[in-house]
Design a binder for this molecule. Sequence first.
Ligand code: SF4
Length: 321
Amino acid sequence: MLSPKHSRAATRHGGSMHPKPYNLFSEHLKQRFGGRVHKISVDAGFSCPNRDGTRNRPGCLFCDPYGSGSAGIESHLSITGQLRAGKEVMLRKYKAQRFLAYFQPFSNTYAPVETLRARYDEALAVDGVVGLAVGTRPDCLPPPVVELLGEYHRRSYFWLELGLQSIHDRTLKWLGRGHDYSTFVAAFQRAKQEGLRVCVHLILGLPGESREQILDSVEEMNRLGVDGVKLHLMHVLKDTELGRLYGAGQVGMLSRDAYIQLVADVVERLAPQILIHRLTGDGPRDRLLAPLWSLKKWEVLNAIEGELRTRQSRQGSRHRG
Ligand code: SF4
């Protein structure tokens, strides 16, 4: 019989101790490093060409002044300071010993190569940091930057996280992304030529996109051979253009049930070897306008797992490859 503590953990992580019906990044890390590895989000002080006026202004529709960063990033600290503070929290909460420095908000390859090198090196020098995850835009990956990332791929454990959101140019234009799909494909191919692991961010539930269009984005990820995906629920933050449109009643949100069905459809079509870094998104509590059901993240994750078990399916069960 499970102890109350283990029973609580089982419920929180999906209601059973059976293997997950999908290929979770966190499990992959556990196997690779022999124990849990936690990501610590870092604001390294970069900007974004879609916010500073180089490409567009004032940025993607959904982006807030924090550059889509997580809650709790202590941007006033140095990179070392942020990682040390994050480690303390992770140690207290999870007794964690190993970490990935996650360069998350804004565009973390948007600087000269030597600046990038200095900031990545600072993170890797922090005790317990076993690798890097670097989030950026497809139009911030010129060849010299990709070559630099290749160095980090060879000397550490490295993931490139590439924001795409949708393969459909009409949607990208509506979102104000400032790049098209072909720009993404070119950047992705440069990254793969350098041997990088690439995780692609997609947003599910974007206004104007049908279920079929969303599934087309997923099939395209299979075709390209991405290494990982991060699935985000479309959510609305304060101080964003999307928030203004939402307030004016011009955009709707997916219901919780619709999201769960949609994610299950996506997971079934995703090639089985692709690592799922995230299945939903929960915006920072104090900055989230909608949908508020997303704040109950563990309930949503449990419901997604439950839906796949009810369907008796799993990741890749409808993959055409
Ligand atoms: S690319 Fe990222 S940081 Fe830049 S405007 Fe879009 S969401 Fe914000």
